[in-house]
Design a protein around this ligand. Structure first.
Ligand code: EPZ
Length: 427
């Protein structure tokens, strides 16, 4: 699966952002917490969504996707064991652990796999479950947690982990008593999950702050809920516009969710106008060099680091990127180097000496954000670029090629890359 890009064309026009992948996945897992039917709207058409649907079906939930909605309803009895072949495909599958533990009193989930961005432990998830009274063991590659009745607890997260905050919040929603998560993740997707759970009858306060209080309730009821737009997709298209000296309007976006990214693109010399649910970007010059440091929200998001590095490769000077969230999320640097970028990796820092122009080449995507970064580099490069491994991109970007073509990009996907789209009925 690959995409072919002929670079040099400025992006012009409007692009619509889909729902947030990183809100859809935890919220779909949250549907396990009720025996009623749940409909989640504005769900993007993604490989990762398909994987989460398969995980839910494997544990006994009826889960279907149609017309940009995921619909879950009770199936046979819940099976508290998530299958290895699905969990290893997507780390977010681990988010079923908290809901299963809360509903069934036991949960068995394989140690997660996920995209190639380094060691991805789940110790903070397990610390939370144990604080609520669960016993946790690792047997034959499975993490097994057991608790007759989870009890509210005070839990301090050593790192404001998004997944741990979400998993613990879901487990605590049905626990006995109050749980407090200190140093909680503040990402908009965590807030969306808290809002979804409250719409189901949970009692969660402080979503979006570093201190979240969850008062356990007896049961949760069904709901129809629409998720927030994808701020990472919006950031990716904003960077693409800046890299190609384009003029783009991004629609269905919450500008405050990507304030840090917009601030840096402005520093590069772009003109940005923020509407209520849209962003206008225009770039008339070669980008200025800038330095970024990835941080938990509201800092610069690690998921935008790779696309932003692509922008830095053509800046009129030297930029420094510090990746503080993951320990080795620079795999895309080597592939960008094959297009003529000048990048030196020094531990957690990447030093990027901007060049006037990249040259098209055949490059390999190693994870979804690296795939996006290489595609953006191809849009700005001279000549033709082939990005191989675009199944990674389809994990996190809905209709990526179609959206770029809609902005005037000269890009096509090879035959095979449509394989996924034949897999399930398109919305
Ligand atoms: C979520 O992953 C996102 N995925 C990631 O997006 C995103 O990069 C990440 O948050 C950070 O913002 C989803 O929401 C599905 P973390 P998650 O737990 O929850 C360490 C994308 O491209 N850590 O906040 O797995 C961990 O190793 C994906 O869309 C522990 O040490 O991230 C990492 O260094 C990639 N122990 C840091 O915390 C734990 O128990 C942040 O991880 C958990 C995490």
């Amino acid at each position: 699966m690959s995409i072919l890009i002929r670079g040099g064309k400025p992006l012009k026009g409007k692009v619509w952002c889909d729902g947030a992948k990183n809100a859809a996945l935890p919220i779909m897992a949250g549907a396990i917490l009720t025996d009623d039917s749940v409909e989640i709207k504005n769900v993007p058409f993604l490989l990762d969504v398909e994987t989460m649907l398969s995980v839910l079906r494997a544990i006994g939930v009826n889960a279907v996707y149609s017309g940009r909605s995921a619909k879950m309803s009770p199936g046979r009895r819940l099976q508290p064991e998530a299958p290895y072949d699905l969990v290893r495909r997507m780390r977010a599958s681990f988010l079923v652990m908290g809901p299963l533990l809360a509903r069934c009193g036991t949960a068995a989930v394989p140690l997660p796999g996920g995209c190639a961005i380094g060691q991805r432990p789940v110790d903070l998830h397990l610390k939370g479950f144990q604080a609520m009274g669960a016993t946790v063991s690792v047997e034959h590659g499975f993490i097994i947690a057991k608790a007759n009745r989870l009890k509210g607890a005070e839990i301090y997260l050593d790192i404001p982990s998004v997944g741990a905050t979400e998993n613990i919040m879901m487990a605590a929603a049905l626990a006995d008593g109050e749980t407090v998560i200190e140093n909680a993740a503040q990402e908009p997707e965590v807030v969306d999950l808290a809002n979804f759970l409250n719409a189901m009858g949970a009692d969660i306060k402080g979503g979006g702050t570093t201190r979240i209080r969850i008062s356990g309730v007896k049961e949760l009821h069904g709901v129809e809920y629409s998720i927030i737009p994808d701020r990472i997709e919006a950031a990716t298209f904003a960077i693409a516009a800046a890299m190609t000296k384009g003029k783009v309007t991004i629609e269905n976006v919450i500008p405050t969710h990507l304030r840090s990214v917009l601030a840096k693109i402005k520093e590069c010399g772009a003109y940005i106008f923020e509407g209520a649910r849209s962003i206008d970007i225009e770039m008339l010059q070669r980008p200025e060099p800038t330095n970024i440091k990835t941080q938990p929200y509201p800092g610069f998001p690690t998921d935008v680091q790779a696309p932003y590095m692509a922008l830095c490769t053509i800046a009129a000077g030297t930029s420094i990127i510090s990746e503080t969230v993951f320990e080795n999320r620079f795999a895309h640097a080597e592939e960008l180097g094959r297009m003529g970028a000048r990048i030196r990796i020094e531990g957690p820092n990447a030093v990027i000496e901007g060049v006037p122009r990249l040259a098209g080449a055949q490059v390999q995507a190693t994870d979804l954000r690296a795939g996006a970064a290489l595609s953006l580099a191809g849009l700005a490069a001279e000549g033709e670029t082939e990005v191989i491994g675009t199944e990674h991109i389809e994990r996190g970007y809905c209709d990526f090629v179609e959206k770029l073509r809609g902005l005037g990009a000269d890009v096509v996907s090879t035959e095979a890359s449509n394989r996924f789209h034949r897999g399930i009925a398109r919305p």
